[in-house]
Ligand binder design. Structure first.
Ligand SMILES: [Zn+2]
Ligand SMILES: [Zn+2]
Ligand SMILES: [Zn+2]
Length: 127
């Protein structure tokens, strides 16, 4: 079932595209400033995940970050990549390289959540 494209969805999608990084719900709320309530933002973000537009990553700060999917389609989602968090500017990004892990015989992999922390290219020089 296709959901209607509400103004809330359009606003949040524009924000995610413009950020070129993963955003937490708090960050989105701060940007949108009172145009929609917390529940609406939460619902929109979760519907994006269901629709394969974004994926969410649980960060070390206990918050979910939402990032646009790039190589996913309706049937196939692949989020087995590292996420990078800059310890200076707090930016969270998806890294391109796919992560592979060797599991013991008989184990079945469903997903990988992997983090790298450090300085992004903009912060590395200043640190
Ligand atoms: Zn995806
Ligand atoms: Zn940075
Ligand atoms: Zn990602």
């Amino acid at each position: 079932m296709k959901r209607r494209n509400t103004p809330a969805k359009a606003a949040i999608l524009t924000l995610l595209k413009g950020a070129n990084a993963a955003l937490s719900q708090d960050m989105i709320e701060a940007e949108i400033k009172g145009e929609m309530d917390r529940v609406t933002i939460y619902r929109v973000l979760n519907s994006f995940c269901e629709d394969g537009i974004t994926h969410k990553i649980l960060a070390d700060d206990g918050k979910y970050y939402f990032a646009l999917c790039h190589s996913c389609n309706d049937e196939h989602h692949d989020h087995d990549h590292f996420h990078f968090k800059c310890i200076n500017c707090q930016k969270v990004e998806c890294l391109e390289e796919k992560v592979t892990v060797s599991l013991p015989v008989g184990y079945v992999q469903k997903s990988i959540t992997s983090w790298v922390t450090g300085y992004c290219n903009l912060c590395a020089g200043k640190a």
